[in-house]
Design a protein around this ligand. Structure first.
Ligand SMILES: CC(C)(COP(=O)(O)OP(=O)(O)OC[C@H]1O[C@@H](n2cnc3c(N)ncnc32)[C@H](O)[C@@H]1OP(=O)(O)O)[C@@H](O)C(=O)NCCC(=O)NCCS
Length: 152
């Protein structure tokens, strides 16, 4: 198990764009990521003992009782150490406290993320055809997943 801790990220960190660029199949742009560090979002990071951010999760909270996980990524050299799971569990615990449902979309081919969400209590509720662009110009479906709040 790694020695990272999960912290709330109120401000933008350049490491977020670097993680996204190395981890995601088709990365979000720096500007798009940065625009999520505004009112209406609650974001968390995985921070090492020396203060480096090695993972993040971006949560849109426009509605009190329906949140959206917009993005989650862990730097490749820190993957498979439970950090993605810790980031998602931080959000599910907060959603249970707030009694909020969480919705997200994930690439159909992204079995790693789907398994992560599945284990955190998310269920598939739909599929959006040709939702995501691929780098070769083709498109890929999104699996829509939801997690209802659990009583605490
Ligand atoms: C998805 C992602 C965030 C998972 O982060 P992580 O820190 O490696 O995840 P964890 O170590 O906490 O793994 C939790 C569970 O997720 C699943 N999982 C994670 N990586 C996996 C992989 N490569 N293959 C299969 N399952 C995987 C497993 O069920 C795993 O549990 P296990 O290790 O006990 O088998 C990471 O792979 C990533 O950054 N991917 C690129 C960005 C991305 O796809 N984000 C999702 C956007 S919707």
């Amino acid at each position: 198990m790694s020695t990272v801790k999960i912290v709330q990220l109120s401000n933008w960190h350049e490491q977020i764009a670097m993680i996204e660029n190395t981890a995601a199949v088709v990365p979000w742009s720096r500007n798009n990521l940065r625009s999520c560090f505004n009112a209406g979002y609650q974001n968390f990071g995985a921070m090492t003992a020396d203060g480096n951010i090695v993972g993040f999760i971006i949560v849109q909270q426009y509605l009190r009782d329906e949140w959206t996980i917009m993005d989650v990524a862990v730097a490749p050299s820190f993957q498979r150490q439970g950090i993605g799971n810790d980031l998602v569990r931080q959000v599910t615990a907060a959603a249970d406290l707030a009694q909020a449902e969480i919705i997200l979309e994930v690439r159909e081919s992204n079995q790693a993320a789907q398994q992560l969400y599945d284990r955190a209590g998310f269920n598939q509720i739909g599929k959006r055809k040709e939702y995501y662009p691929n780098s070769d110009g083709s498109r890929e479906a999104a699996i829509v997943m939801s997690r209802k709040p659990q009583s605490i």
